[in-house]
Design a protein around this ligand. Structure first.
Ligand code: AHR
Length: 523
């Protein structure tokens, strides 16, 4: 019998899981796909920040998509669109990263404070070379996270800024005394310090953030962080900008050589259907070859995290440093007729499957992966929401995030998949089933299931050690076509439907439709 296990792959949990997979396999018929969950062996907490978002000054991601300004005819609160904020609140956004991305290393925070009409106008050289009027600055960003009930993740400028500039921004945001910078913040309308949950020192220092070596970055990081000071209750977690894709050298070097505070090392990986940056592949209207290549490429996240976590487990055995995938998601060729610098793409059922596969991977490393940020929240790359003037639509990715809300701060549980079939097309194969289980904060047992096969349902026996299951209740996201998506004309073409399965003769079997994501509570 073939056994594929999904377990906690960081540090101490692996031993527990290996024992579990050997011991707790219930008896199933030889070819039945089955999932076994051990609800008594609690794993790490799935930090809600794994469901974090990213909003960069890029295209219509912030301006138009979310920020329309207080005088706009589009209903808004303090300039932020009410329709978009309302939808984002329903998906419980825990954390927003801002202002970039590549933009962060050209952003000077003083440009974004004070009277909006007097703020300097710059060109956004990374993204379409359009005017950046700095209408959204520090105070507006904190209005956004306050409206969402989310935490703030601010990305500092190491590339073209300085230690002094970052230290002064930190003082401006968090100072609780009578310093000139804290008083300036008060004059600009905010009495109490802002709560910055995370602060990153630079972004992609190996690329757009300054083309640095890991050694040079680490020296600058140590220097900068020596001067990043805040009153204790307002001191953010500090994130170092790490590596990307198959490269583990940044994680390794940084975790060995950072001598100042470091709470997390970031990592970026984007899913391209073709793996080729000059012809990435289409967001919709693709064939089965690019369905499977996209899913295969996204599953590479597992190995990438595993290899980086192995470096951290060696260099940081006490697990103080989190591995934070603060940019991930699909990156396609832009929609025809749109500004190539705006990274505007449709989002289809395939993107929801990509999101769910990544969630299941992140859960399995929850002991080390404590924050991730999908790129990006609105109108950019794998967005939750697309807007067109005063209209908006929810993407299938939005629905995947919303369906997975019960996993936020849930306790991961070890899970084993037996007889997981391979789904193959054109010489490429991937596992057909991906799954994750957790005990939610409401005490219920939750299970997520993904069927990667676009042509065939899969029937799965579910077993929870020591418990008698009567039913699975929740929702399914699927559609007739692989690229099913919502449009402004048909904004609800694809959305979750309710899903129930009932045990028969003491056995709970769940039939997962082709190309589907399911989240159920087990009862
Ligand atoms: O998310 C778009 C861009 O991708 C970010 O600005 C950059 O960090 C990454 O290369």
């Amino acid at each position: 019998m073939q056994i594929l296990k999904t377990s906690f792959k960081a540090g101490v949990f692996s031993a527990v899981v290996l024992a579990f997979s050997a011991m707790a396999m219930p008896a199933h018929a030889a070819n039945e796909v089955s999932i076994s969950i051990d609800a008594k062996k609690a794993g790490p907490v799935i930090n809600k920040n794994i469901y974090g978002q990213f909003a960069e000054h890029l295209g219509t991601g912030i301006y138009e998509g979310m920020w329309v300004g207080p005088d706009s005819p589009i209903p808004n609160t303090k300039g932020w669109r009410n329709d978009v904020i309302g939808a984002l609140k329903k998906m419980h956004v825990p954390l927003v990263r801002w202002p970039g991305g590549c933009f962060a290393d050209e952003y000077h925070w003083r440009d974004g404070i004070g009277a909006r009409e007097s703020r300097p106008v710059k060109m956004n050289t990374n993204w379409g070379n359009v005017e950046e009027r700095n209408a959204v600055g520090t105070h507006e960003f904190f209005d956004l996270v306050d409206l969402l009930g989310a935490d703030a993740y601010v990305n500092g400028n190491l590339g073209s800024g300085s230690a002094q500039e970052m230290a002064e921004w930190m003082e401006y945001m968090t100072g609780d005394g009578k310093s000139t910078l804290a008083e300036l913040r008060r004059k600009n309308g905010r009495d109490k310090p802002f709560k910055v949950a995370f602060f990153a020192v630079g972004n992609e220092a190996w690329g757009c953030g300054g083309n640095m070596t890991a050694e040079y970055y680490t020296n600058l990081y140590n220097q900068t962080v020596s001067f990043l000071k805040a009153p204790k209750p307002y001191m953010p977690k500090i994130i170092a900008s790490g590596g990307h894709d198959d490269d583990t050298t940044w994680t390794d070097y940084l975790s060995k050589n950072i001598r100042t505070r470091v709470d997390g090392i970031s990592f970026h990986y984007y899913t391209l259907p073709t793996g080729n940056w000059s012809k990435k592949g289409l967001a919709i209207g693709f064939g089965e070859d690019q369905w499977i290549s996209t899913l295969k490429n996204t599953l590479r996240m597992d190995t990438m995290i595993k290899n980086n976590v192995a470096k951290l487990d060696k260099n940081d055995p006490k697990n103080k440093i989190s591995f934070d995938v603060d940019e991930w998601g699909t990156w396609y060729d832009v929609e025809p007729g749109t500004n190539p610098g705006f990274l505007y793409q449709q989002s289809s059922l395939r993107d929801a499957v990509v999101a769910a596969l990544n969630f299941n991977i992140f859960h399995s490393y929850a002991g080390r992966v404590r924050m991730t940020n999908i790129a990006q929240m609105v109108n950019v790359l794998q967005a939750m929401i697309l807007t067109e003037k005063d209209k908006m639509l929810l993407t299938p990715t939005y629905h995947a995030f919303e369906m997975y809300v019960p996993f936020q701060n849930a306790t991961a549980l070890p899970l084993t998949i037996a007889n997981n079939p391979e789904y193959s097309f054109g010489g490429t194969s991937i596992p057909e089933v991906s799954a994750s289980a957790a005990r939610g904060q409401d005490g219920k047992l939750y299970l997520s299931l993904v069927n990667t096969n676009p042509n065939k349902d899969v029937s799965i026996d579910i077993d929870v050690a020591g418990e008698k299951l009567t039913a699975a209740k929740g929702r399914v996201l699927t559609a007739k076509t692989m690229d099913a998506h919502n449009t402004f004309a048909q904004p609800q073409a694809i959305q979750p439907a309710s899903f129930n399965a009932t045990a028969k003769a003491g056995k709970l079997t769940v039939n997962v439709p082709a190309k589907a994501v399911i989240v159920v509570s087990l009862e």
